[in-house]
Design a binder for this molecule. Structure first.
Ligand code: MG
Length: 265
């Protein structure tokens, strides 16, 4: 170990004291906010809309989360449910859904349109949820189509993946071991995720509150930590206090007002 003269140590301590006293202290850690289905709960917006992406960027979110399904003819579209107007997405071609209007009047966005809009906001991460399908074959095809599109649009560094399907997570990692991939379903230990090359844990808030130690275990293995869908102030404060990396929420403005408080971890 290098021996440091005592006066140097005294100087460092004094400087540190002045920086803290002047409010210049860098927070040790800060939780980041992800808008669930974009920032939709505001005038003129809608879940999984282009407007919700823009709104998330405007208020300074870390990321905008959105859901992606694949039509029977291989077009990736941004929407939550597995049906639109009673028609199952994976069993119908894109032409069936093409003109569908969202509640804010926007036309249903394709993934390509969503990624292209995201490229206008390079500081905003696109948290891409690949929805589960009825067969592993369709899920594998979804992963292939989606990853190819992300690559073609030059959005690889801006996209992070999440999925409830462990098959989808493993397919993502197999195709790109460096991709950011978090598992949503809550039934794998951090050790299992780490062993399978999954880079993060993104679990329901009820599960995190029941076993907050899972965050420490995940962190020790180098996994990222996230929770959904954290909408109450009490729950936000709980996960912030436990040093979570990300909060996924329908109330991004409330979360942003709380995460500015530095936390120790
Ligand atoms: Mg989602």
């Amino acid at each position: 170990m290098i021996k440091r003269p005592i006066y140097i140590t005294a100087l460092i301590v004094t400087l540190g004291f002045f920086l803290c006293a002047n409010g210049q202290e860098t927070p040790l850690y800060q939780t980041q906010v992800i808008a669930h289905r974009g920032y939709w709960d505001t005038e003129g917006s809608a879940q999984n809309s282009i407007a919700s992406l823009r709104n998330a960027a405007r208020i300074g979110c870390y990321g905008t989360e959105f859901d992606v399904h694949l039509t029977s003819d291989g077009v990736a579209i941004v929407t939550h449910d597995d049906k639109i107007g009673g028609r199952v997405i994976c069993k119908n071609p894109y032409s069936v859904f093409e003109g569908h209007k969202l509640s804010n009047g926007e036309t249903l966005p394709t993934l390509k349109q969503y990624l292209e809009e995201g490229s206008n906001y390079p500081d905003l991460k696109l948290i891409l949820e690949i929805k589960s399908a009825t067969t592993a074959k369709h899920e594998t095809r979804s992963v292939e189509v989606i990853m190819d599109l992300v690559e073609q649009t030059g959005m690889r560094s801006q996209v992070e993946y999440i999925a409830f399907s462990y098959h989808v997570c493993k397919e993502l990692v197999a195709r790109d071991p460096s991709a950011s991939v978090a598992y949503l379903n809550g039934d794998k230990t951090p050790q299992e995720l780490s062993r399978d090359g999954i880079s993060g844990l993104d679990y329901n808030i009820r599960l995190i509150k029941k076993s907050p130690g899972i965050l420490t275990d995940a962190r020790e293995l180098g996994l990222t930590t996230n929770s959904w869908t954290v909408n109450s102030e009490d729950d936000m404060r709980f996960v912030i206090r436990h040093g979570i990396d990300y909060i996924t929420t329908d109330k991004p403005e409330l979360a942003l007002s709380l995460v500015t408080e530095p936390t120790d971890r």
